[in-house]
Design a protein around this ligand. Structure first.
Ligand code: BGC
Length: 269
C-alpha cells in the first residue's frame, strides 16, 4: 500500500510515495524550496504542486514543524505566524483535494524510526531528537508515540534549547563539532533528568554528519545512536501517520451501492 509522504521543512518541501509496509520510497523525491514568507496560502500551494507532480489520487501524509493537535497547528517557532491556532489539516485537504493527515515533523521522524529504523523493536522509553532549523523531539513508549513534546523549547542557560543547540545555531555561530556537541550534551542531560530514556536517536539534518560528532556525545544512562532514515524520515513518517486514512475493505463494502430491490410483481387483480 502506498501513501504520498510530504515533509514541510524550514528550507524545502519534499515529497515521495512511500510503500508503508517497507518504508521504501517508490519514486524519486520531488523538492520545492519553502516559500518565504511561509504563509498557509503559499505553503498550501506548494503542497498541492507536489501532489500534482505525482498525479496522486490516494492518501497523503504531511509533516509540519510545529505543534499539530487534532489537525490544528498551535505554534509557529520557525514559520509564518499565520499558522498559529490554524485549522491546517482541513485547509491542506481542501488545497490538495486529497484525504490528508498532518503530523508534527519530529513525531513523524519518531514513527519512521520506530517502524523501520534505529528504534525498531526497542522496548521502553525512546527519544528521537531532530537537529535542523530547530530541535524536534518525539517520545515513544514501547513503540507508541506520545505526540507534541516540544522539548526543543526547554530553557537552558536562559535560552530556548534550540537557539543554542540546533544545527542552524551551530552553523550561524560557526561552532566546532566539539563545542556544539557540548551544548547538545547539556540538552541530553536535562532530558535524562526529566524522562530517563533508554535510548536517544539523533536525527534531523545534522545526522548525515553523525561521524563528525559521535565521539563527543555523552549521556549518563541512555544509549545514543544515529537515526537510520536520515533525510527520508519525515517523508516516511508522514506516510505512516496517515495509514488509518486508507479505506479498509469493510468501509468500502459499506459504501458500495446497495443493489436495488427487485420490484415486487404487480398483484393480480
Ligand atoms: C518546533 C517543533 C518542531 C521542531 C523541529 C521547533 O521549533 O517548535 O514543533 O518539531 O522545531 O522542526
Amino acid at each position: 500500500m502506498e501513501i504520498l509522504g510530504i515533509d514541510i521543512g524550514g528550507s524545502g518541501i519534499k515529497g515521495a510515495p512511500v510503500d508503508v509496509s517497507t518504508g521504501i520510497l517508490t519514486a524519486a523525491r520531488f523538492r520545492i524550496p519553502t516559500p518565504d514568507p511561509s504563509t498557509p496560502e503559499a505553503v498550501g500551494k506548494t503542497v498541492a504542486e507536489i501532489v500534482k507532480h505525482f498525479a496522486w489520487q490516494g492518501v497523503v501524509g504531511c509533516t509540519f514543524p510545529a505543534i499539530v493537535q487534532h489537525g490544528v497547528t498551535h505554534s509557529a517557532a520557525n514559520v509564518d505566524q499565520g499558522w498559529m491556532h490554524f485549522q491546517a489539516e482541513p485547509f491542506l485537504r481542501q488545497k490538495t483535494g486529497r484525504p490528508l493527515r498532518l503530523v508534527n515533523d519530529a513525531d513523524a521522524a519518531g514513527l519512521a524510526e520506530v517502524a523501520f529504523g534505529a528504534a525498531k523493536g526497542v522496548p521502553g522509553t525512546v527519544m528521537v531528537l531532530t537537529f535542523g532549523t530547530g530541535i524536534g523531539s518525539a517520545l515513544l513508549l514501547d513503540g507508541k508515540l506520545v505526540p507534541n513534546l516540544e522539548l526543543g523549547h526547554l530553557e537552558i542557560r536562559g535560552k530556548d534549547a534550540e537557539k543554542r543547540a540546533s544545527d542552524l545555531a551551530r552553523a550561524q555561530k560557526d561552532l566546532s563539532w566539539g563545542k556544539w556537541t557540548k551544548r547538545v550534551n547539556e540538552f541530553l542531560a536535562r532530558l535524562e533528568l526529566y524522562f530517563s530514556p533508554d535510548l536517544f536517536v539523533i536525527g534531523g539534518g545534522v545526522s548525515k554528519n553523525y561521524a563528525k560528532f559521535a565521539s563527543y556525545l555523552r549521556a549518563e544512562r541512555a544509549r545514543i545512536v544515529p537515526a537510520q532514515l536520515l533525510n527520508e524520515a519525515g517523508i516516511v513518517g508522514a506516510a505512516m501517520a496517515a495509514v488509518d486514512l486508507i479505506p479498509t475493505e469493510s468501509s468500502l463494502k459499506k459504501k458500495a451501492p446497495v443493489k436495488a430491490k427487485p420490484q415486487s410483481k404487480p398483484k393480480k387483480k
